[in-house]
Ligand binder design. Structure first.
Ligand code: PAF
Length: 288
């Protein structure tokens, strides 16, 4: 596995691979890799069968997407372990950009990509102002450096996936975005690098988060009024010791409030368990 910290040698290698007709599949991450990340690499590989796929993973803890009181400094950095996992998986290249590659004049001076407010300023964007501008800016920059044919993102960050799809469509970026299903622990907890912040006692309870979402989805599918079902789910979460940031039912395609007749929906939630913020979502359909 090649490891690069600078854009130029990476670009030269990618140009060589492209010249020989290889497909470049890219998985951007912030490291601390778990099975969810590794499944993204596998999904990217599966996508393209008619040409040789070259997989590139980046690890960059992006300062622009962290708020002032968030965990940028303490975000888990496990580069040695991550490198070993990617090597075992047969990834072709690991890109660990130096900060100057991404923000040559510093984060504050950087040109930004601002997603439309209707998508970027709600839910996660409301709780974490500027988050999706940070995500869109860094993903745009990484795409410009790597120039992938396909890029893969996890469905756990459902709103992020929509923001990136929207950016790619609006800015006519020549990259196909594919997604991979949420990887879960045995008790249903969505895998996340932040799960390691949970104490043992919190971890034992954390699986109930997904259980409450499952109850919410099945209530709505059985015809319960969405507003009532959401209130019920919030109550159930609070009873299990979670502090609810939001629980909502939205349209899958754009996260707008569902209109009568919308059938493809998603339940999204963010909660605090002690000092750890967890997010999860479940896509589902209802009959007209
Ligand atoms: O999902 C993540 O890990 C990050 O938001 C991403 C897409 C790598 C951008 O920093």
């Amino acid at each position: 596995m090649q490891i690069h910290q600078h854009a130029q040698p990476l670009r030269e290698q990618v140009a060589e691979w492209k010249a020989q007709g290889d497909c470049i599949a890219f998985v951007p991450t912030m490291g601390n890799l778990h099975d969810g990340h590794l499944s993204l690499v596998e999904a990217a590989r599966r996508e393209q069968t008619d040409s040789n796929v070259r997989t590139i993973v980046s690890i960059f803890v992006n300062p622009m997407q962290f708020g002032e009181n968030e965990d940028f400094d303490t975000y888990p950095r496990t580069l040695e372990d991550d490198t070993r996992k990617l090597q075992q998986l047969g990834v072709d290249m690991l890109y660990i950009p130096n900060i100057g590659d991404i923000y040559p004049d510093g984060v504050d001076a950087a040109t930004r990509v601002v997603p439309p407010a209707a998508l970027g300023d709600i839910l996660e964007g409301e709780s974490r102002p500027g988050f999706f501008t940070g995500v869109a800016t860094v993903v745009n920059k990484l795409f410009n450096i790597v120039r992938p044919d396909i890029a893969c993102f996890g469905e756990k960050d459902f709103q992020q996936l929509l923001v990136i799809r929207r950016m790619v469509a609006d800015l006519a970026m020549p990259v196909a975005i594919i997604s991979a299903p949420i990887a879960r622990e045995a008790d249903g907890l969505a895998m996340s690098s932040r799960n390691r912040y949970l104490s043992d006692a919190e971890r034992a309870d954390a699986g109930k988060f997904n259980l409450c979402l499952q109850h919410l989805v099945s209530e709505v599918q059985q015809g319960a009024d969405s507003q009532y079902a959401v209130m019920h789910a919030s109550q159930e979460l609070e009873n299990h010791g979670f502090v609810v940031d939001y629980v909502v039912i939205r349209r899958q395609q754009d996260l707008a409030v569902p209109e009568p007749g919308d059938t493809k929906l998603v339940a999204l939630a963010a909660v605090w368990l002690g000092k750890t913020r967890l997010i999860d979502n479940m896509c589902f359909e209802i009959n007209k």
